[in-house]
Design a protein around this ligand. Structure first.
Ligand SMILES: Cc1cc2nc3c(=O)[nH]c(=O)nc-3n(C[C@H](O)[C@H](O)[C@H](O)COP(=O)(O)OP(=O)(O)OC[C@H]3O[C@@H](n4cnc5c(N)ncnc54)[C@H](O)[C@@H]3O)c2cc1C
Length: 461
C-alpha cells in the first residue's frame, strides 16, 4: 500500500531478513513530516499506519457535496508557522477565519448573545472584553509563580477575588474562561495546571482554514513515501541490534531504529507493548500529561437563518455546551453550522447518541433564533475519545504535570527508539504545527543534524 507519486520509490516486498533504516509508527502529521525529511535525505523509510487513510487527527472527509475537517481546522497564526509553508508547498488554498471566541464583537466576525438569548449591545461587549482582559492579566501573573499542583480553576478563583468585579460579572468571566480552556486544551479548568498557561509559544498572524480540507497537506507529504495502511502495530522490541515491530496479523518488520508517533492517549492506554518497557521518566510523563477531548458537530440546514459572522457565542448555555457556533457557509459553500465542545462538556456529549446531541444543539440554537431554526437536513458528529487510535483530541498540561514532561516524552531510548507527535512538543503541544516541528526535530536527530539541541529542538523554527 505504498502511495506512489512523482519521484516515488515503490518498495518491493521485504526479502527475508531485510532491514529497513527507519520504521515510522503512525502516518499523522508528525510521522509523515519526519518520514519525508528522512526519505529526502536518502534514508530507507517505511511508515506503518493502522487506519485506511493517512493524516490521523488531520481528517478531511467528503460530506454533503463539500469537504469538512473532522479533526484539525485552523493554522493557528500563519507567521513563521511551518504549516503555512507546507500549505503553500502543497498548493492548498486557505481562507482567513479569525474566529477568536473571546473577542466580544469588538472586532468584526463575532457576535455574542447573553444567557437570555438577547444579542449583546456594543457597550455590553466592550465591558465583557475589559473584564476578561483585567482578570487575564491577574491570572497570568499568578501562573508565573504557581505550583504544578494548582489548577486553573483555583487560579481563576484567586484572580477573580482580586479583581473587584461584581459577583455577576465575575461569574461571566469565570464561565468564559472555562469555555476558552475547553477550546484550547480540551480540558476543564479543574483539570488544567495553572502554570501551563505561561508555557508554550503562539504564532502571530491570521488564523486560516482550508476550504478543500487540511488533509491536502498530509496527502501531499505521503506522496512518494512507502506508507503501509491497515498495519496495526502491537509490540515494539528494541535493543542494541535494532528494533523489531510486530504488526497484527502481518508478522514483524525489523529496522535499525523506529520513530514512534503514537498519540498520548494511545500511549496512556498501553495498547502497544514496548520490550524492554519504556524508561520510568517517560512513563511518568505519559501519566502526568493529560489527553483532552474536543468534538465537533456539523449541522447542515436547508438555508441560513443565523447571523453572518465567523463565530456566534452565547453565555450561560446548559452545562456550557454549544456556547460557540462557527458559520461555515463561506468555508464549505453550503449552509452549515459547526459547534465545538471540549473537556467535561465533550465527555458528557460523547455518551449521548447522535439524535440526543442534535436535539440538545437545536435547543440552544432555538434559544437564539426561535422558530427560524429548521430541522437540519444532515448532521455529522465526531467521537475522538472512543477512537482507539487517538483516545482523545490533543494533550494538555494537567494538574501535577511538570515543565520537563514534554521533553521526557520526546527523549530517545538507547539511540534506537525515537518519539514525535504533538505531545512531545514543549512549546507547541496540542497543535498541527507542534506535530510538524516534532517530526522535523526527530528527523534531524536521526540524521545527526540537530546540533545537539536534543528534546527542545522543536523550537528551532
Ligand atoms: C477535533 C480536533 C480539532 C483540532 N483542531 C486543531 C486546529 O484547529 N489546529 C491545530 O493546529 N490543531 C488542531 N488539533 C490538533 C491536531 O490535529 C493534532 O495536534 C495533530 O494532528 C497531531 O498529529 P500527530 O502526528 O502528533 O498525531 P496523529 O495525527 O494522531 O498521528 C498518529 C497516527 O498513529 C496512528 N496509530 C495509532 N495507533 C496505531 C497503531 N497501534 N499502529 C499503527 N498506527 C497507529 C494513528 O491512526 C495516527 O494516524 C485538533 C484535533 C482534534 C481532534
Amino acid at each position: 500500500m505504498s502511495l506512489p507519486g512523482p519521484g516515488s520509490r515503490r518498495t518491493a516486498p521485504e526479502a527475508p531478513g531485510a532491514v529497513t533504516d527507519t520504521l515510522v509508527v503512525g502516518a499523522g502529521m508528525a510521522g509523515l513530516y519526519a518520514a519525508r525529511e528522512l526519505h529526502r535525505a536518502g534514508r530507507d523509510v517505511v511508515v506503518l499506519e493502522v487506519r485506511d487513510r493517512v493524516g490521523g487527527r488531520v481528517w478531511s472527509d467528503r460530506w454533503e457535496g463539500g469537504t469538512i475537517d473532522l479533526g484539525a481546522s485552523w493554522i493557528h497564526g500563519v507567521e513563521g508557522n511551518p504549516v503555512a509553508d507546507l500549505a503553500r508547498e502543497a498548493g492548498a488554498g486557505t481562507l482567513v477565519n479569525n474566529a477568536g471566541t473571546l473577542d466580544y464583537g469588538v472586532r468584526a466576525g463575532a457576535v455574542h448573545y447573553g444567557a437570555d438569548g438577547r444579542r449583546l449591545t456594543p457597550a455590553e461587549c466592550r465591558e465583557r472584553q475589559r473584564d476578561h482582559e483585567a482578570v487575564s492579566a491577574g491570572l497570568f501573573a499568578l501562573a508565573r509563580t504557581a505550583d504544578p499542583d494548582e489548577s486553573l480553576a483555583s487560579g481563576l478563583r484567586r484572580a477573580l477575588a482580586d479583581s473587584g468585579l461584581t459577583p455577576a460579572r465575575a461569574l461571566r468571566v469565570l464561565h468564559a474562561r472555562c469555555r476558552m480552556a475547553e477550546d484550547d486544551w480540551g480540558a476543564g479548568a479543574e483539570e488544567l495546571c495553572l502554570s501551563g498557561l505561561v508555557t508554550g509559544q503562539d504564532h502571530e498572524g491570521d488564523e486560516v482554514v482550508f476550504p478543500d480540507g487540511y488533509g491536502q497537506l498530509t496527502r501531499h507529504l505521503a506522496t512518494g513515501l512507502d506508507v503501509r495502511l491497515g498495519h496495526r502495530v502491537t509490540r515494539v522490541e528494541h535493543g542494541d541490534g535494532g528494533v523489531t515491530v510486530h504488526i497484527d496479523g502481518q508478522g514483524v518488520l525489523t529496522a535499525r531504529r523506529a520513530l514512534i508517533t503514537l498519540p498520548l492517549g494511545v500511549l496512556k492506554e498501553g495498547s502497544v507493548t514496548f520490550d524492554p518497557a519504556l524508561p520510568e521518566p517517560k512513563l511518568r510523563a505519559v501519566e502526568r500529561l493529560g489527553m483532552g477531548l474536543y468534538d465537533k458537530l456539523f449541522l447542515r440546514f436547508p438555508r441560513p437563518f443565523w447571523d453572518e459572522s465567523e463565530v456566534i457565542g452565547q453565555e450561560g448555555t446548559p452545562h456550557g455546551a454549544f456556547a460557540n457556533w462557527y458559520d461555515l457557509r463561506h468555508v464549505v459553500g453550503a449552509p452549515v453550522l459547526l459547534a465545538l465542545n471540549g473537556g467535561p462538556v465533550a465527555r458528557r456529549l460523547q455518551d449521548l447518541d447522535d439524535t440526543a446531541v442534535v436535539r440538545a444543539a437545536l435547543n440552544c440554537l432555538r434559544g437564539l433564533y426561535g422558530e427560524r431554526v429548521e430541522e437540519p437536513s444532515a448532521h455529522r458528529v465526531t467521537r475522538w475519545g472512543t477512537d482507539p487510535y487517538a483516545r482523545g483530541a490533543y494533550s494538555y498540561p494537567a494538574v501535577g504535570s511538570l515543565p520537563g514532561d514534554h521533553d521526557a516524552l520526546a527523549a530517545p531510548v538507547g539511540g534506537r527508539l525515537h518519539f514525535a507527535g504533538e505531545a512531545t512538543s514543549a512549546d507547541h503541544s496540542s497543535t498541527v504545527h507542534g506535530a510538524v516541528l516534532s517530526g522535523l526535530r526527530e528527523a534531524r536527530r536521526i540524521l545527526g543534524t540537530d546540533g545537539g539541541t536534543g528534546g527542545s529542538a522543536d523550537t528551532a523554527r
